[in-house]
Write a protein that binds this ligand. Structure first.
Ligand code: CTP
Length: 397
């Protein structure tokens, strides 16, 4: 996703600087052209050679360093102006203070000033330094100028304290870069409402009825929409997945809660996608206490839940696009087309549990997009690629 993108990593002096070797390596594997500049203090924690070996590019530490292959462009200007994205990480209190106040007295604070691209700043320091109102003021100031601050993680800090101030993992930092530049922002200004995961219908305080949905497809859709600049709300049943960057997540358990949260948000949404595996039936009664076993069999009486897609589809607003999913084990196209009509959807993403590489739990999917006019067979692809493909088609609807 980063092929051909020019990523500039600015490393300042903090113990977490060692994590930036992984970040550089992961970006190179994604085929980005990675450049690194560092402060002199950063060199106390990691060497410039580590980065130059990983990136195959010269690493700059001194503002007066020159590029031996290019004496026309001075690196302290051309590094910043040539970047598609800049990540300052770890950003010490010192470098944050300098950038916030336009001080340019080392390589990192200098290259950021002429930049025209998105600049991400990942603070990392002792918890009390981080909480200091001067540092917080500087961060707010940077945000007001359009810099994006990546929230530090909480945990045990190298200084011995526990609290907020850890540099997020290399995976998270790479995700932040991907989020910033990997996609065209063609959903900017659009509000996208998505549901995901299974629902859990309680029988008693111990047991419930659920299904195999992992939530991966819905979360991939939320990630893709957020990467493309949409304002995304994700209503999800119980899943063990991290919330994609920039997504507003609402956790629910039952089909009734999913119904309420979706319906109350639906009128404001431009695009609504129902990827959740909502229970069609729920117990008529939920016992307050654990149901004790008795001799002989037992049965649970079930009643129908509300059909969320049908409710929202039948109340469709002007220009709203409503997309459903359909999971079948037989007659995929015929059954899915019936859902398209009966639920008044604009498109159904149909997948069969019988096709290898499709369905629950796996990271790939094979989807047929069904609209009134056509059927489009998408090949086997990752759920994130499938999500992007679905949005490409929604934009054509
Ligand atoms: N759906 C919904 N509310 C329900 C059940 C399903 O909104 N109570 C939505 C799903 O999120 C999906 C679509 O309807 O987008 C189709 O779901 P699916 O389970 O494939 O089909 P059902 O409509 O439940 O019909 P059946 O179980 O008979 O196949």
């Amino acid at each position: 996703m980063l092929k051909g993108k020019n990523v500039l990593l600015c490393v300042s002096g903090g113990i977490a600087a060692y994590k930036m070797a992984d970040v550089a390596s992961m970006l190179v594997k994604q085929e980005a052209d990675v450049h690194v500049c560092m402060t002199k203090n950063a060199e106390k924690f990691i060497t410039a050679e580590t980065f130059s070996v990983l990136t195959k590019n010269k690493v700059y530490v001194d503002v007066f360093d020159e590029n031996p292959d290019d004496y026309v462009n001075v690196p302290h200007i051309s590094l910043g102006t040539g970047a598609d994205v800049i990540l300052v990480a770890p950003a010490s209190a010192d470098i944050i203070g300098k950038i916030a106040n336009g001080i340019a007295d080392d390589m990192v604070s200098t290259v950021v000033l002429p930049a025209r691209c998105p600049v991400l700043i990942a603070p990392s320091m002792n918890v009390y330094m981080y909480e200091n109102p001067i540092v917080q003021d500087n961060l707010r100031k940077l945000e007001s100028y359009g810099y994006r601050i990546i929230d530090p993680a909480s945990g045990h800090l190298a200084c011995g304290y526990d609290g907020k101030g850890k540099l997020p993992s290399p995976e998270t930092l790479v995700d932040e870069i991907i989020f910033e530049i990997a996609s065209e922002k063609d959903l900017k200004g659009k509000r996208v409402l998505i549901n995901a995961g299974p629902t859990c219908e309680a029988i008693d305080p111990v047991r419930y009825i659920t299904n195999h949905s992992s939530g991966k497809m819905g979360f991939a859709l939320a990630k893709a929409a957020s990467m493309r600049g949409a304002e995304v709300e994700l209503v999800t049943g119980p899943v063990s997945l991290d919330t994609p960057i920039g997504v507003n997540r609402v956790d629910i358990e039952s089909a009734q809660q999913m119904y309420e949260e979706m319906v109350k948000r639906s009128s404001d949404a431009d695009i609504i996608i129902m990827a959740a595996a909502v229970a069609d039936y729920t117990p008529v009664n939920t016992a307050d206490q654990k149901i004790k076993k008795h001799d002989g069999d037992m049965s649970i009486e079930l009643k129908r839940t509300n059909d969320i897609l049908k409710t929202i589809g039948c109340d469709k607003k002007k220009d709203q696009k409503i997309i459903g999913f359909s999971m079948e084990t037989e007659n995929l196209i015929e059954n899915s087309r019936k859902k398209l009509d009966s639920k008044n959807a604009d498109m159904i993403c149909a997948n069969s549990l019988r096709t290898p590489g499709a369905g629950y739990q796996v990271d790939t999917n094979i989807i047929t997009l069904i609209t009134k006019e056509e059927e489009i067979n998408l090949p086997l692809m990752s759920k994130l690629e499938a999500a992007h493909s679905i949005f490409n088609h929604i934009l054509e609807l």
